[in-house]
Ligand binder design. Structure first.
Ligand code: PA5
Length: 446
């Protein structure tokens, strides 16, 4: 079994021939990726990453995860952007929604920090960690990002105060560049276990490196199955697969055909709350890859049916510049059946005996029909069930499609020059050494 893309309900706004008109551009994009001849070709390490992951590397990751799992009831994963969202997405998708409230934990609770500069967030986290047995995975490719650096300075100090410097060394793992950056220097000086993020894998394409795999293994999930799923999709979207059979190429072509027809916003929809953060990962992947040169589909997301009671109105009747891509999970992990009630005061007996998911699936179908009727083209990706294998497939599918889509659009999908603008201003405002000129200039504007 495999994830499956269905574009039928998008064909109306654009025709099949509009999609197939982009076959040549999609094939060119695939060729540029595989030959390394396109823009950003120094960041193509993700392309064959799944099939290149070795047994020894997986075993090393599992051993490091075990070390933290054995020692810690909580592991704080510190990172932001591509050094945060992949792990968060997979862990959320696979976790019991209430695991963190259970008294008996099979796995350490994985918490995140450094993904914001919220003072109250950090205060509350530090308060929670007082007296707790915790560990830290600090992730930064550049090793210089401010948000995770602040969080790490705080939590490192707290951990050393709680367990001593020597034990802290066994509870801290750093994931960073092989040679460059402040985190590399700090980790080498302190003697932490480290994992390397290869130069040619950009942050948002790094979930299948230790950036994602280590936290996912610590949380107790099967990274071998995740990688195997990605390997299967690497084959299914390979360069030798014809356009009409390559799901990544079809998805990339369809969303570009829709964009050319005036659909400027793509909403990634789920009907399963566990996929909320998967959409956050997807938004970074597509937003940072395509939003440049004043071009690019704006990636948005909603959780249905929750957001049908808020954003549903806009989607049904607002400006017709949107299309939806629905992640539809076929099979639930558990069964909950709606009971019959003799009084039937709530009038729900017409649902008695049905599974909750049956109601959810009818909500999904009803929504699809309503939105297509309302002028919102609808792509659907069926995920057989939420497990490591299919998440691995989804991850690689979206990555490959993103590379192809960026090349169809004509941008460099692998850089993110725009994210530097806020950093320069922040450093100038904070008088960071080396930003003296910028400080003067920005002060003059205030
Ligand atoms: O995609 C990207 O490159 C960014 O989102 C980075 O992942 C993010 O800024 C974190 O960078 P770093 O891992 O260098 O701390």
């Amino acid at each position: 079994k495999s994830i499956e893309l269905n574009i039928e309900k998008a064909l109306g706004t654009v025709s099949k021939s509009d999609v197939f008109a982009l076959e040549g551009k999609a094939n060119n994009g695939i060729e540029m990726l595989h030959k390394g001849t396109g823009k950003g070709n120094d960041f193509l390490g993700w392309l064959h990453l799944p099939s290149e992951i070795s047994e020894a590397h997986l075993a090393d990751l599992e051993a490091a995860a075990k070390q933290l799992r054995d020692r810690c009831e909580i592991v704080v994963v510190i990172g932001i952007g591509g050094s945060y969202l992949g792990a968060k997405a997979v862990i959320e998708a696979l976790s019991d929604s209430f695991e963190f409230l259970r008294h008996e934990h099979k796995n350490p609770v994985v918490l995140f920090a450094g993904q914001n500069i919220g003072e109250d967030y950090l205060f509350e986290l530090q308060t929670l960690l007082k007296g707790k047995s915790f560990g830290i995975v600090v992730i930064s490719k550049s090793g210089t990002t401010t948000e995770p650096a602040i969080a790490f300075r705080l939590l490192k100090e707290q951990l050393e105060a709680q367990v001593g410097k020597e034990e802290a060394k066994h509870r801290i793992v750093a994931v960073t560049d092989a040679h460059k950056g402040a985190l590399r220097k700090l980790a080498d000086t302190e003697g932490y276990k480290t994992f390397v993020i290869a130069d040619n894998v950009g942050g948002r394409f790094s979930v299948l490196t230790p950036v994602g795999l280590l936290p996912i293994a610590i949380a107790g999930f099967d990274i071998r199955a995740l990688v195997a799923g990605a390997v299967a999709m690497e084959k299914a979207c390979g360069e030798e697969v014809p356009f009409e059979q390559n799901p990544a190429a079809i998805y990339a072509a369809t969303r570009n055909a829709l964009y050319q027809s005036g659909k400027k916003i793509e909403i990634l929809v789920n009907f399963n709350p566990k996929l909320h953060y998967f959409a956050e990962w997807w938004k970074q992947l597509y937003g940072e890859s395509e939003g440049k040169d004043h071009l690019g589909i704006f990636p948005a997301s909603v959780d249905f049916t929750t957001d049908l009671h808020s954003m549903g109105q806009w989607i049904q009747e607002g400006e017709r510049i949107i299309f939806e891509t629905v992640l539809s999970v076929a099979q639930m992990q558990h069964t909950v059946t709606i009971p019959s009630d003799q009084e039937n005061l709530d009038g729900l007996n017409y649902l008695a005996g049905k599974r909750v998911d049956e109601v959810n699936k009818m909500a999904e179908l009803g929504t699809q029909i309503a939105h297509v009727d309302g002028g919102v083209p609808n792509l659907k990706i069926v995920v057989p069930e939420l497990n490591e294998t299919y998440l691995g497939q989804l991850i690689y599918f979206f990555e490959k499609a993103c590379g192809i889509s960026g090349y169809i659009l004509g941008v460099n999908p692998f850089n993110q020059p725009g994210v530097e603008a806020y950093k320069r201003n922040m450093f100038a405002l904070l008088n960071k050494p080396g930003y003296e000129e910028e400080s003067k200039a920005i002060q003059a504007r205030l």
